[in-house]
Design a binder for this molecule. Structure first.
Ligand SMILES: [Zn+2]
Length: 124
């Protein structure tokens, strides 16, 4: 297990940058949703288009906020030194897994165990 180390400082920088982007995106989308610079049109067909656009903006804002929460969670784990520790079994999370999924809080086997447990029957 030696050699592969997680550069938590680099991860932190990356997460902080990502957090700014997501905050910006979420607030842009919600400003558009309030039609601050683009009031609802008096024309019905035009309103339909605007409403469809609002659905898209709502989805953007929603997914940005969901990701934002994951980023915040990862930053908290970084701050408390638990970033590389699996929240389920307490073992180290594989560095390559963290590189691929920087917000994860569990190791590969626990993440896979979760999925397996969901589909498991009462047998045993
Ligand atoms: Zn685990």
């Amino acid at each position: 297990m030696e050699g592969a180390q997680v550069d938590t400082e680099a991860v932190r920088e990356r997460l902080l940058k990502r957090r700014e982007e997501l905050r910006q995106r979420a607030s842009d989308a919600s400003a558009d949703l309030r039609h601050e610079s683009d009031p609802l049109s008096a024309d019905f067909a035009e309103q339909v288009t605007q409403r469809e656009n609002d659905d898209v903006l709502g989805a953007i804002s929603h997914s940005a906020q969901a990701e934002l929460q994951q980023v915040e969670g990862a930053l908290r784990r970084l701050a408390s030194g638990r970033y590389t520790t699996c929240a389920v079994c307490g073992e180290d999370i594989e560095p390559e897994r963290l590189a691929a999924v920087p917000y994860t809080d569990r190791c590969r086997s626990c993440a896979e165990g979760d999925r397996a447990a969901a589909g498991r029957g009462a047998r045993g």
